[in-house]
Design a protein around this ligand. Structure first.
Ligand code: DON
Length: 310
């Protein structure tokens, strides 16, 4: 496993085509696209890492996985009255379907659906309390109390988040927000501004790996469902392509991070800030394609070599 990660990091380091860094959140626009990190936390308790695996980055939409777990903890299956479970086939910030589908977002990973999840885990509490619960969840999953929110990134997004505000107002107009638009947006932008390294994110992702050694933060049934949603919706309109190329549940973020789960085996975090046309990490996706090919961990087929790297 270590040799494979080292090789993957070397291939990424020498790739001249690194995609483009997200610029719509000004604080993220200046990130060096030359960076690449990858880490694997196995069900057996081992951690492997290569490249810039200890450099913190903005997890952005990867946070929607933790937010969904928290929202389900608050509302249980009632959440599915307010958000769907189907891929949207549209970009992460699209407003198109929201009008046609009466303010019920297609899934909890597009921005509109994630705003409903944030509204749900906010419940009646203050943003500070809700974000405290979110950080406690992430820190427990990662077994790391140093994980924090980058306030500058959060403020940068609040100041420029016109699309997210419009999505939230749409939701509110259909009665699908219980807290004020400002409160939901403020909490959501802070949630997206959580900073983690690949090593920390791989550790945190273990709560989605079915194994008796993982922290039991969600039930087995819930894990299975979150993984299913990551597979079908975790990469927005690039979800089909990610399933085709990688074949594992994954959640991307515009910071260039991707969290990937191999159920029963391991959690993988990869990060490179340059994005492809879907807004997902270009080199991260390519690295995961190589990783899946070499490990045989696609859920859609057995390893061609018969070897299992864990
Ligand atoms: O709401 C936004 O636009 C960002 N905070 C998160 C979007 C995102 O990460 C999309 N992922 N690829």
């Amino acid at each position: 496993m270590q040799d494979l990660l080292t090789e993957i990091a070397e291939v990424a380091a020498s790739d001249p085509d690194r995609g483009s860094v997200a610029t719509y959140i000004p604080e993220l626009a200046g990130i060096d696209p030359g960076q690449f990190g990858i880490a694997v936390a196995t069900a057996g308790g081992e951690v492997f890492a290569a490249g810039d695996a200890d450099t913190p980055f903005s997890i952005q939409s990867v946070s929607k996985v933790f937010a969904l777990a928290l929202a389900l903890g608050h509302a249980g299956d009632q959440l599915w009255h307010r958000v769907g479970r189907e891929p949207s086939g549209l970009s992460f910030d699209s407003v198109l379907l929201l009008e046609r589908e009466n303010g019920i977002p297609r899934n909890p990973f597009i921005n509109a659906g994630a705003l409903v999840a944030t509204d749900t885990y906010l419940a009646g509490s203050s943003p500070r309390e809700a974000l405290g619960a979110l950080l406690r969840f992430i820190r427990a999953a990662a077994d790391n109390d140093s994980i924090h929110i980058n306030e500058k990134v959060a403020q940068s997004e609040i100041a420029t988040g016109h699309r997210n505000f419009s999505l939230a107002h749409y939701l509110a107009s259909f009665g699908n927000l219980r807290n004020s638009v400002d409160k939901v947006l403020g909490t959501y932008c802070h949630q997206c501004a959580v900073e983690m390294t690949c090593r920390q994110l791989a550790m945190a992702g273990r709560f989605l790996v079915d194994s008796p050694r993982m922290p039991a933060l969600v039930s087995i049934e819930r894990r299975r469902r979150i993984n299913a949603l990551m597979m079908t919706c975790g990469h927005y309109d690039g979800s089909g392509d990610f399933a085709f190329r990688v074949g594992m549940p994954g959640k991307s973020g515009v910071g260039g991070g991707i969290l990937v789960v191999s159920p029963g085996r391991a959690s993988v975090a990869v990060w490179s800030p340059g994005l492809n046309r879907y807004g997902n990490s270009k080199l991260g996706t390519e690295a995961m394609e190589r990783f899946a090919h070499r490990t045989g961990w696609s859920v859609f087929g057995v390893p061609h070599s018969g070897k299992d790297l864990t």
